[in-house]
Design a protein around this ligand. Structure first.
Ligand SMILES: Nc1nc2c(ncn2[C@@H]2O[C@H](COP(=O)(O)OP(=O)(O)OP(=O)(O)O)[C@@H](O)[C@H]2O)c(=O)[nH]1
Ligand SMILES: [Mg+2]
Length: 297
C-alpha cells in the first residue's frame, strides 16, 4: 500500500480546489471564479485498494492585505511542510509567469519532491502549451509538468497515477470512507460562502464570514439551519439583502439546494445579514468566525 500527503499550492484562482475535487471524486472544497475562495487548509482523501492520497488544499497565494489574508498565507506556507509531495498548480490559460518560477523555487527549497499541474488547458489555444513547456525547460527547474483540465478530466488519471508512485509505502491514515477532515457544519458554511462568491462582486464576497447558529435535524428528519452572514459595511448589507430581500432570498435558495444535496435530506434554512466593521483585521473576530492558523505539525 502506498499512502501520503500531497500539498496543493499555487496562486489564487489557479484551479487547486477544482483539481482536488476531481481527483477525490467528491466536492470537498468550494470553487469560484474569484481569488481567495479557499481560506483554510482542507484535506481531501482518495482511497483505493492499493493506495491512499491525502490532498491538502490551501489558500491561493495572493498579496496579503489584511489580518485574515495574512493568516491564510501563513497557513499555506505551513501546509507545504510535513507533506510527502508538493503539487504546484498553475493556470495554463493565464500562462506561465516569472512569479510562478519564483514560487516553485521557493517551495523546492523545502527539499520535498514536487511537480506542476498546468491546468485549464480546455480553455486555451493548444499551441501555447509547448511554448510554456519550453519555458519550463529553459528555466533550469528540474520539475515534471502535467498539462491537465480538471473541468474536462483530461490527463487527470495520469497525474493521479504519477502521484501514487511518489507516495511512500505505508498504511492508510484515514478510514476507507473518509473524504475530508472537515465537519458537516464547516461544509454548510462553505456552501453558503460559495453562493455569495458566485452572486456578488468586488469586495463584498471577500468580506463575508458565515456563523452557523443552529444546525440540527428535527424529528421529521429535516435539517434546521440558522446562520448569520457577516459583512464588513452597512452598504454591503443593503446590497446583500437587495430590494425587498430579493438578493438574499435568491442566494439562500441556491445555498439550500446545495446543502440538501450535501446532507441528503430536506433543509429549512434561515439567514440573517449582520455587519461587523473590518472584521478581517480584528484577530478576535477572525478566530470567532472559525479561522485558525495552521501551525506546522
Ligand atoms: N475551464 C476550466 N476552468 C477551471 C478549471 N479548473 C478550475 N477552473 C475554474 O477556475 C476558477 C478557480 O477555481 P478554484 O478551484 O476555485 O481555484 P483555486 O486555485 O482553488 O482558488 P483559491 O481557492 O481562490 O486560491 C473557477 O471558476 C473554476 O471553475 C479547468 O480545468 N478548466
Ligand atoms: Mg481553492
Amino acid at each position: 500500500m502506498r499512502s501520503g500527503y500531497v500539498a496543493v499550492i499555487g496562486r489564487a484562482n489557479a484551479g487547486k480546489s477544482t483539481l482536488i475535487n476531481v481527483m477525490v471524486g467528491e466536492k470537498v472544497s468550494i470553487v469560484s471564479p474569484k481569488p481567495q475562495t479557499t481560506r483554510d487548509r482542507i484535506l481531501g482523501v482518495l482511497t483505493e485498494a492499493d493506495y491512499q492520497l491525502v490532498f491538502v488544499d490551501t489558500p491561493g497565494i495572493y498579496k496579503a492585505r489584511n489580518a485574515l489574508t495574512d493568516m491564510m498565507m501563513r497557513t499555506t506556507d505551513a501546509s507545504a511542510k510535513s507533506v510527502d509531495f508538493i503539487l504546484y498548480v498553475l493556470d495554463g490559460h493565464e500562462g506561465v509567469r516569472g512569479e510562478d518560477f519564483e514560487l516553485i523555487k521557493k517551495y523546492k527549497a523545502l527539499g520535498l519532491p514536487m511537480a506542476v499541474a498546468y491546468t485549464k488547458i480546455d480553455i486555451m489555444p493548444k499551441e501555447n502549451i509547448p511554448l510554456d513547456m519550453a519555458k519550463f525547460a529553459d528555466s533550469g527547474l528540474d520539475v515534471d509538468v502535467f498539462p491537465v483540465s480538471a473541468r474536462k478530466g483530461k490527463n487527470v488519471k495520469a497525474l493521479k497515477e504519477f502521484l501514487v508512485k511518489q507516495m511512500p509505502e505505508g498504511e492508510k491514515v484515514f478510514e476507507q470512507d473518509v473524504v475530508s477532515d472537515k465537519s458537516e457544519k464547516f461544509m454548510i458554511s462553505e456552501i453558503m460562502r460559495e453562493k455569495i462568491l458566485l452572486k456578488f462582486d468586488k469586495e463584498i464576497p471577500h468580506g463575508i464570514a458565515i456563523v452557523i447558529n443552529t444546525f440540527e435535524q428535527n424529528e421529521n428528519g429535516v435539517y434546521e439551519i440558522n446562520l448569520d452572514i457577516v459583512c464588513e459595511r452597512a452598504n454591503h448589507k443593503a446590497i446583500l439583502i437587495g430590494k425587498q430581500g430579493k438578493a438574499i432570498k435568491e442566494v439562500s435558495s441556491f445555498a439550500r439546494q446545495d446543502m440538501e444535496k450535501f446532507l441528503g435530506g430536506k433543509v429549512f434554512l434561515t439567514t440573517y445579514v449582520k455587519v461587523k466593521e473590518d472584521w478581517r483585521d480584528r484577530p478576535g473576530l477572525i478566530r470567532e468566525y472559525g479561522y485558525e492558523e495552521v501551525k506546522q505539525d
